[in-house]
Design a protein around this ligand. Structure first.
Ligand SMILES: Cc1cc2nc3c(=O)[nH]c(=O)nc-3n(C[C@H](O)[C@H](O)[C@H](O)COP(=O)(O)OP(=O)(O)OC[C@H]3O[C@@H](n4cnc5c(N)ncnc54)[C@H](O)[C@@H]3O)c2cc1C
Ligand code: SF4
Length: 534
């Protein structure tokens, strides 16, 4: 660690004397927007404190592109703030936030420190520990979300679904409301949004920016300091500034929004983004805000005749519905939900999640972009990566950790509810109404994976058969009590029970053979194999 990899920042940041400032405002790594600073911070321009912590970067073996994104975005934002007239103190530390801050406060005991409430539990805990010793530290409310915590946090419980919350949010924001009614007469056009991608339909290139010297330096640093982390930095092309995030938004409006709705659930070997926005990366870092994204999308849809209602409604629902609901769920369910494991699964992840090597085309096609880019859109996350994890009895907490370390847009407040609530049913049905599981038919209906696969989606059991086919029925049978209690899903057990005894036996045998031979690696196994790849 001899090289500091800070030359680009050092050349541009003006040295400040911490002792000569008394009011200090701490900027977290996912709150990168001046417009969201409390008013007094904007008016008074106190010293802005940034902490880049190697310890935090090593908390998990995060994807190298995620580290590049978070660190480069923070450095760029520090410079933006300086340009806007703020004095900036950019502090690099090998300690965690609590220790790093404690050392700074000890040296500068005249500081009056304040900050905005962090979205993530661990960051919140870090600062709360310090407040015991430094009770003058002041917290301001988090302004990066649209929905107030109350009354919604207290409503989180089995049976209170996202759809109810979403309708309230439509009324609260006024988005796509005509008088008191939903525009077009329906609240939700999801049933129109399940088209397979036509073979000849073009898909846009994903949004990409050219890296500057500062990002290049961070890329070198990440490769040198975090060599064993997931993925690599090659061809990093995500935006790292607010201007670039706004350009990504504009790019999506012009290239993705029109077809977003109808092809929202489609998957293809031709790409991992399709008509999705990739805006989660910028939203979750605070570079852009949910309100400006929704305002811009609605404005664009109103002024262009090309955006169908199903696309704009579908997109707005993702943001004011799902994204906000997920955050409310996190606030209501933490910290106990971290250990949620309704089915009691205890197996390690299938090894393919670390390597993408498998004969199952659906799985390799969905893991590969995660390794390469730290991104794949929602349906692969839900219906391939989580589905296969469920069907193979994998510990949902291991899956959650994998998503958290592997995706550029993953922060605990958003990844955990999606994995332990939505996709694995680990919370026993607080977030989702039924376990999301599917066989090969679903994948074949929504993608072109099966036509390129070593397995046959038409065959139901045996060596050549699509593993999802028999694993799906095996899962329904093994978890029959859960399905039988669920009015929306009990028909699955009835369908299984109507199968002949021979078919049931073949499903059992194929599943047992497949599961017994499935290579599995824990995070530790993977790290050891990375260290000695032979
Ligand atoms: C197993 C699993 C893990 C996930 N992990 C994450 C994660 O770590 N970080 C993350 O931001 N999202 C996560 N999601 C939700 C969703 O898949 C992503 O938000 C979305 O794929 C991001 O890509 P996009 O910006 O192209 O989304 P688009 O399809 O373009 O959607 C627009 C925006 O809606 C929001 N959104 C949509 N669905 C959700 C949702 N379920 N939860 C929260 N926001 C949503 C996002 O901000 C997204 O940018 C996960 C979903 C699943 C099933
Ligand atoms: S045949 Fe089965 S394993 Fe192969 S791509 Fe289709 S769903 Fe996946």
């Amino acid at each position: 660690m001899n090289r500091t990899y800070l030359s680009q920042l050092d050349q541009q940041i003006q040295p400040i004397e911490p002792l000569s400032h008394s009011k200090v405002y701490l900027v977290w790594h996912d709150q990168l927007q001046i417009q969201h600073f409390p008013d007094w911070v904007i008016d008074e321009k106190p010293l802005l404190l940034f902490i880049e912590s190697n310890h935090m970067a090593n908390f998990l073996p995060y994807h190298k592109k995620k580290l590049v994104f978070v660190i480069s975005a923070m450095r760029h934002f520090a410079l933006d703030c300086q340009q806007q007239g703020f004095p900036v103190f950019y502090h690099r530390s090998s300690d965690n936030y609590t220790t790093a801050l404690a050392a700074l406060l000890y040296k500068n005991n005249h500081w009056k420190l304040s900050y905005m409430r962090p979205s993530e539990w661990n960051t919140r805990k870090a600062i709360e520990e310090l407040k015991v010793e430094y009770p003058t530290i002041q917290e301001f409310p988090n302004t990066y979300f649209l929905a107030p915590l109350q009354p919604y946090v207290s409503r989180i419980a089995k049976g209170w679904r996202m759809e109810y919350f979403y309708r309230e949010m439509r009324k609260r924001t006024g988005y796509l409301i005509d008088g008191q009614k939903p525009l077009g007469g329906e609240w939700n056009y999801d049933k129109e949004n399940r088209k397979k991608l036509p073979k000849k339909m073009n898909i846009p290139q994903s949004f990409a920016v050219e890296v500057d010297k500062m990002t290049e330096e961070v890329m070198e640093m990440v490769e040198a300091w975090y060599p064993k982390h997931f993925g690599d930095t090659t061809e990093f092309s995500y935006g790292v500034t607010r201007t670039q995030a706004l350009a990504a938004l504009q790019y999506f409006l012009e290239n993705g929004l029109k077809d977003f709705g109808p092809f929202e659930d489609a998957m293809t070997v031709r790409g991992s983004v399709l008509f999705h926005s990739q805006l989660s990366i910028y939203l979750n870092a605070g570079l852009i805000s949910p309100k400006e994204v929704c305002d811009a999308a609605i404005d664009y849809a109103e002024h262009s005749n090309s955006v169908p209602l199903s696309s704009i409604e579908g997109f707005i629902r993702q943001i004011i519905g799902w994204r906000e609901f997920i955050r409310i769920y996190y606030e209501a369910m933490m910290p106990d939900v971290r250990e949620a494991n309704y089915f009691g699964f205890d197996k390690n992840l299938p090894a393919a999640y670390w390597t993408s090597r498998t004969d199952m085309k659906c799985l390799s096609e969905c893991v590969r972009p995660v390794i390469e880019q730290g991104y794949v859109h929602h349906i692969p996350r839900l219906m391939i990566l989580s589905n296969f994890s469920n069907l193979t009895g994998t510990d949902p907490r291991a899956l959650n950790e994998w998503f958290w370390l592997g995706f550029v847009d993953a922060y605990e407040w958003v990844v955990l509810p999606n994995v332990l609530g939505m996709s694995t049913f680990a919370d026993g049905g607080v977030l989702a109404s039924k376990p999301y599981v599917a066989g090969g038919n679903y994948v074949n209906k929504m993608s072109d994976y099966c036509e390129n696969c070593a397995y046959s989606v038409k065959e139901k059991t045996g060596d050549k058969a699509c593993p999802l086919n028999y694993l799906y029925w095996n899962f329904i049978d093994e978890q029959r009590d859960t399905f039988l209690q669920n009015g929306r899903a009990n028909f699955m057990v009835n369908t299984f029970d109507k199968k002949s005894n021979e078919e049931k036996l073949a499903i059992k045998e194929s599943s047992e053979t497949f599961l017994a031979n499935l290579p599995r690696w824990s995070k530790k196994d993977w790290l050891e194999k990375e260290a000695s790849p032979s």
